[in-house]
Write a protein that binds this ligand. Sequence first.
Ligand code: LLP
Length: 476
Amino acid sequence: MVSTHPTGVKHSGSQYLPQRRSSNANSSPNQELLPLTARVHNHDFLEIGGCDVTTLVKQFGSPLYILDEETLRLGCQQYRDAFKQYYKGESQVLYASKAWNCLAVCAIAASEGLGIDVASGGELYTALQAGVNPEKIYLHSNNKSREELIFATEVGCTIVVDNWHELRTLVEIVETANSPDLQPRFLLRLTPGIECHTHEYIRTGQLDSKFGFHPNELEELFTFVSKQSVLNCVGLHAHIGSQIFERQPHRDLAALMVQWFSNAAKYGLNLTELNVGGGLGIKYIESDDPPSIEEWVKPICEVIQEACVAENLPLPKLLCEPGRSLIATACVTAYTIGSSKVIPEIRTYIAIDGGMSDNPRPITYQSVYRAVVANKMSSELTQTVTIAGKHCESGDILIKDALLPKTEPGDILVVMGTGAYNYSMASNYNRLPRSAAVVVANGEANLILQRETYQDLIRQDRLPQRLKNQELGVKS
Ligand code: LLP
């Protein structure tokens, strides 16, 4: 099959905005899948953030995560501006750092005025090390350890309490600490019972979910919390899932949360914060049609404002915590093409130097990605191939039936939309060292994650004395 190459990516930055639906019917489909600053230079070569991708690979090796700072910053600004425009009360956007938690990403998001949602003590530690103000950090998880709860309380971040066990542990921590200054600030996470269409593993709003208090428990919960003078309950939280394109579930959630809010007031709880979670989907392939950031924020603000007027409630501080929609499109992963296997009339496999360890989403969620060849951007797309990873696992396939130009070993394959839940879910399967990452802007590339070495792989290994100095390999 021959077709023209979809990437005439010579768009100017201002013409392309992530999350914005294609306004130009003639624009190439890949424009919206690539970071904002993507261009083709010298006819054939992909450039991101003013840096030639093949040169980046020569300098930093592959696989290489390439993060476009401008795209990430623009997403942060779009969320912030949309809340300013559509919400009359105070608001705070938190970056859900589980999508990609590392020092540089936390620092960029925080420098745009975002707070950080962290999902563990490790993510909390990273955000603090990046210099994020703890007052703008919110700690999640459905099973926070006692140590994590103490850590969060001591540094003064807000805890999103998920269940009775955590609530009671917090009370106990404060009582045993015997320090009047230790007053955990927290939100209560509730399960809304709202279902949406996304992969079942990333749906969280339905009643059959491991997260949050069941709505039937509200009376007991609010009664309990209202009696705890040592705790500082400031609001409510809910999250219905991830990679969601529909708008109605978030409208329903906003309305329901205001009802909960009003209900809490009846128990004497003076709540001030309402956090509607994250979940806005992104465009991984041409047919994906998510709402823009503005289209997502606007109805949520409208519903909350209307419902607060109806319930005669003051407007709460409104929070949300997007992850994927901020960072997925900002990053691509560059791989070097190696071996191939042609099975006549069945399939051609082309193998790259990474796979399920740097991007576990295809094997975990059957996620579909698109790719281009960074040094053949203007070549005709003449082959349909399957991109295989290098792991010892048949399921380690990154893309089935990718339409590409004719490739050869050494070509640089670029998979798009890999900023969210790729590095953060990366593993050392088959003891592959974890990949490096660079942030690119204005022709400059800075390393933000150093490539792991073989020494790194055994850094935490211990060989007990009794296993040393054995005669290895003599027994049959
Ligand atoms: N808030 C909470 C409480 C969450 O659990 C999540 C995502 C978010 C916010 C951010 O959601 P986002 O805006 O990124 O959709 N590993 C899966 C995604 C898991 C999502 C986990 N929670 C994937 O690769 O698709």
